[in-house]
Design a protein. Structure first.
Length: 148
């Protein structure tokens, strides 16, 4: 199981967490930190999510919370996350990519192939994506320019 701690913060506080992240190595279990805006274009409305591989104790929670002045008076809430394959979950929302003459998709997101496009079925995995990253879509563009 994994655990999630979510705390409010400002954009500046969230960015400061990553400027000097050596403090993370001192926390046991060490969390993975993700910062997100809660309200678009509002630098005062952000939050930090700290993901832990094991249930964090008070010291670990306090260590993260102490780096966020906006969260100083907030009662920290920690939640247990269900056991899921997060790679599969993250890939479920992938959209098809039109790269050069190719229309790259997975079996779950084929959609309607644009006229004149060559459908290219690639299942996303740990080793290769579906064209969303520039390196992959760039390869598709180059492949499309090759002739026999």
């Amino acid at each position: 199981m994994s655990w999630l701690l979510t705390l409010p913060c400002t954009r500046a506080e969230a960015e400061a967490l990553h400027e000097d992240d050596e403090w993370l190595a001192l926390i046991e279990p060490m969390p993975t930190i993700v910062a997100e805006e809660v309200e678009a274009f509002n630098d005062a409305k952000w939050h930090v999510k700290a993901y832990f591989a094991a249930k964090p104790g008070k010291a670990a929670i306090d260590a993260v919370q102490s780096r966020l002045p906006s969260a100083a008076k907030v009662r920290a809430a920690i939640e247990e996350l269900p056991d899921e394959d997060w790679l599969v979950v993250s890939q479920q929302g992938l959209q098809p990519v039109h790269a050069g003459r190719f229309y790259v998709h997975t079996s779950a997101n084929k959609g309607k192939v644009p006229p004149g496009a060559v459908p290219f079925h690639i299942e996303a995995s740990r080793a290769f994506g579906t064209g969303g990253h520039e390196t992959t879509s760039g390869c598709h563009v180059i492949l499309g320019r090759l002739t026999r």
